[in-house]
Write a protein that binds this ligand. Sequence first.
Ligand code: TXA
Ligand code: MG
Length: 350
Amino acid sequence: KTIVKKINEENMEPGCLEDAASILQKEGLVAFPTETVYGLGGDALDTEAAKKIYEAKGRPSDNPLIVHIADMDKLVDLVEEIPEKAYQLSDKFWPGPLTMIMRKSNKVPYGTTGGLDTVAIRMPSNKIALQLIRESGVCIAAPSANTSGRPSPTKAEHVIEDLNGKIDMIIDGGAVGIGLESTIVDLTSEIPTILRPGFITKEMLEEVIGNVEIDETIIAKKTDPNLRPKAPGMKYKHYAPKAELTIVEGTEQAVVDTINEYAAQKMEKGFRVGVIATDETFARYKASCVKTIGSRHDEEQIARGLYAILRDFDEQEVDVIYSEGFADSKLGQAIMNRLLKAAGYHVVEV
Ligand code: TXA
Ligand code: MG
């Protein structure tokens, strides 16, 4: 049975995480909020705990986990050597939504890294997460706390939907602030490379460490069988709603007209159609279920709402979803990366 426990990040009572910490110390699993998405935590240095994480999520075991720490002195134990750029980036962005890949030390089991000689490490800024790591003394391996393939959880309710009965505890710390997973930067390549775009953008990283590359597979408009994403997890169809999702891109009115036309055709055949609209276009759509994700000009709001809207459409049992596309710069790049994956790269340009 899964215990669900509400905790207010801004008003944590001393000892409120004692039971969660003790679960982690005994190879158990605790889902907890971070500033990006909810994580499913277990002891990263314990192969048994890592195994349980893969089982609970139904995740392929070649897809490595991110190790979460709360203090810099733990980093020394986890990696072979700390590159200069890791110090510069951690000074600027930790705690926060940035994951760095470095060569692992032999303390980190291959069960956590999916057999790789590198390890992904992040220091989250959510206070519940930090406190849980400190109180347990555990380096917490935590993938997003969703069933593998479903949209990542941005509220405790999403975690309950996916993992209730499969893990020991869920800490409900309310809705997350960012809503998309952390930026992953690989520091083992000659030029640091972004393997997954997120809230910390390429420009922000370059300001601190100079030239940064982006793994080309993550911004590609379609899957190319010749390109293999460097982050193993990025190759899976991911973040996906149950309904078939299509992105329609073009000028505003053309997008509205095209989506309405497609929607009418589908509804005529008896399908339920969902539309992901923006505040600017919301009133112009006719479909079974139209939802706005917020203003097109507020990328942070779009990022925060994306996964919840995909899950909402699952609940509404729509058969197909049409979504507008978003700008491909800054945070928009992370948004489009997730949306494209959710759509299985199905894009229509009008
Ligand atoms: O924001 C986040 O990062 C959230 C919260 C919970 O911290 N966690 C998260 O974990 O998104 P997960 O497991 O859903 O995604 C981890 C990604 C996967 O795509 C995985 O392939 C990649 O990180 N990754 C992990 N270790 C790696 C490594 N050594 N080399 C390359 N990619 C790695
Ligand atoms: Mg995930």
